[in-house]
Design a protein around this ligand. Structure first.
Ligand code: KG4
Ligand code: ZN
Length: 347
């Protein structure tokens, strides 16, 4: 990753090794497999990235790595390797919060200025965050139960569509009848911009059980009706988040930014684009490859932190839990929030 004086970034290489194949047979991410796979490939991936970028180790200004939150095995492997490099090369280490990396990606892809509203939706997280500046995040809302990606994955499993569920459910939904089932729109109209998916998921399960055995059309219609309910909820919750934004940032956001694997969903993208048009707000969605987990986003967050003079000691610990906004309710140890409890989040 290159970052120039004007704050513009350039990706020199972005090697992503997907472990989906290793986990697919189990219908989800298996922590032990993930940790072992990280250890097996990390040297090779670093070598490949350096080759593609065509830079030498002594050209680097610093070494950044994800230090959490997420499945701890993979995080330990990545952070320990980064520490070894930083020590051997005598370069600063930057321990990056994986959620911060998602949050800052639109500054790499679209030079979005602070402050902006972020909708982060992945397999492990669903949050609306006011991004006021570097290291200055206010969580406006979160899910009180499942993450959106997790709900897509569970519905997919229920209907026998496999893993990961998001793309599979979306593909079925495209030719389904979204009006056939009136699934609930959880949290609709509530004043806090929080999300809830478990009631919707249960409604889908009950309908699938009632109709069993499912015909192909039933599956398509269930997927379309489920997805439509999710879109309505996301649009409603984000609209409330926009209203709340002014209270914590003192000004309107420069943009609404969508990040995380769920941002790849076209129906959700379209719904938010409608909201943007209605609110006169710029909508920024990084390309899907930079929305899902990748190395470039960690490097970019590292470059932004380095430019602000923020580096970390070699005694930095990996963290399974690491809220972006430490003051948010449910972010403390043992709090009610379930975000970041190693639920499918990746390094
Ligand atoms: O950000 P990500 O790659 O990994 C983490 O969870 O950190 O997000 C993966 C999640 C999975 O739950 C997957 O089902 C969901 O994003 N996803 C989608 C779509 N593509 C991926 N959900 C809905 N529609 C999609 N097209
Ligand atoms: Zn992620």
């Amino acid at each position: 990753m290159l970052r120039n004086q004007d704050g513009e970034g350039q990706i020199l290489s972005n090697v992503v090794l997907s472990q989906i194949a290793e986990h697919a047979a189990y219908g989800g991410v298996v922590p032990e497999i993930a940790a072992r796979a990280h250890a097996e490939v990390i040297d090779h991936i670093i070598e490949q990235a350096m080759e593609e970028a065509d830079v030498r180790f002594d050209h680097l200004d610093a070494i950044a790595a994800a230090a959490g939150p997420g499945l701890i095995g993979g995080v330990i492997v990545g952070l320990t390797t980064a520490k070894a490099l930083a020590l051997a090369l005598n370069k600063p280490l930057i321990a990056v919060n994986h959620l911060e990396a998602h949050a800052l990606t639109p500054r790499l892809t679209d030079q979005v200025a602070f402050p902006y509203l972020l909708l982060l939706a992945s397999g492990g997280h669903t949050q609306l965050v006011a991004v006021r500046g570097l290291d200055d995040y206010v969580r406006l809302g979160t899910t009180i139960d499942d993450a959106i990606g997790e709900a897509f994955d569970k519905v997919s499993k229920m209907l026998g569509l496999g893993y990961p569920g998001g793309p599979a459910v979306e593909a079925q939904a495209m030719s389904g009848d979204a009006a056939r089932f009136a699934f609930p729109r959880p949290m609709q109209g509530r004043p806090e911009p929080n999300f809830s998916l478990s009631g919707l998921k249960t409604a889908v399960r009950l309908e699938a059980e009632r109709l069993a055995p499912l015909a192909a059309k039933d599956i398509r219609d269930i997927c379309a009706s489920f997805q439509a309910a999710v879109v309505d909820m996301v649009v409603d919750r984000t609209r409330v988040g926009l209203r709340r934004f002014r209270d914590v940032a003192g000004t309107a956001p420069t943009a609404l930014v969508i990040a995380g694997g769920v941002a790849a969903n076209l129906a959700i993208r379209r719904g938010l684009q409608r909201l943007g048009a209605e609110a006169g707000l710029r909508i920024v969605m990084p390309p899907p490859a930079l929305c899902t987990d990748n190395g470039a986003m960690i490097a970019w967050a590292g470059a932004e932190r380095l430019a602000a003079g923020i580096t970390d000691g070699l005694d930095t610990s990996p963290r399974a839990r690491w809220p972006l906004d430490p003051n948010a309710p449910g972010s403390g140890k043992g709090g009610p929030g379930r975000e970041g409890v190693g639920k499918g989040a990746k390094a």
